[in-house]
Design a protein around this ligand. Structure first.
Ligand code: SF4
Length: 239
């Protein structure tokens, strides 16, 4: 069985993770999935686990995070594998699938875009942004502005969207909020780098400004454990 209970402070609708494809070619320096996979003595090259397509979906109304141990849309994933996974999703009756990637540019590839269109009501398309600035020193994934613009296009095409700001590095508040305004995500996860220290962390006041803006603009967000202090800091600043 390829489903695992979602752990940690994930968006509360996400109950399961499912990894019919695993591994990734983005080589993010802070990648915990790669460290974990290597600790298990395996390499992190993309793989397709076709037997997972035999799994029965939980059919419980929850969200399933597809590809928590890799990136389903990284360049190393073969189009044929992606199409098979999307075809399997088409059979789901009562689940929503979160397709989260640092390469949302692939959402608009011809075969993939047609397959996504067929399951539009069952999926949420997501991307991760660490910053609004250049991230080529951190990852081989497309630049944050390319990821953001791709997701804006998905929103414009009628998809539900999701944003992960984790691990959040220093960013420009004006750019980030203008992107969020256009992406209109169902929810936003925000967290700092946890186990490594490759990112230049944003200042506490910048994080508070972002959270205040999200509150003011009625966005749903979840703060990861390492940002537990933010609501208190905002309260103290107001008093
Ligand atoms: S995109 Fe995700 S899975 Fe791929 S290397 Fe980066 S953090 Fe790891």
């Amino acid at each position: 069985m390829g489903f695992n209970k979602a752990k940690g402070r994930m968006f509360k609708s996400v109950a399961w993770t499912w990894n019919p494809c695993a591994g990734c070619t983005h080589a993010c320096k802070y990648c915990w999935a790669e460290s974990l996979t290597r600790r298990w003595g395996k390499d992190f090259a993309p793989v397709f686990r076709e037997k997972y397509l035999q799994d029965k979906f939980p059919n419980d109304g929850s969200w399933i995070f597809v590809g928590s141990m890799g990136d389903l849309f990284c360049e190393g994933m073969e189009t044929e594998w992606i199409l098979k996974v999307l075809k399997k999703i088409e059979t789901a009756e009562n689940n929503t699938f979160l397709l989260q990637t640092k390469n949302p540019l692939r959402f608009s590839e011809p075969h993939i875009s047609y397959a996504l269109e067929d399951i539009k009501d069952k999926i949420v398309l997501g991307t991760t942004l660490e910053s609004t600035w250049d991230t080529s020193d951190l990852t081989k994934a497309p630049a944050p502005y390319e990821r953001a613009y791709s997701l804006m296009n998905s929103k414009r095409d009628g998809y539900k969207t999701f944003l992960s700001l984790e691990p959040l590095a220093d960013f420009d508040l004006k750019f980030l909020t203008s992107w969020i305004r256009r992406i209109k995500p169902e929810a936003i996860e925000i967290g700092l780098e946890n186990y490594t220290s490759f990112t230049k962390k944003p200042s506490p006041s910048l994080i508070c400004d972002l959270v205040e803006w999200l509150d003011k603009n009625d966005h749903t967000y979840i703060l990861k454990e390492n940002l537990d202090w933010v609501p208190q800091a905002i309260q103290e600043a107001i008093q």
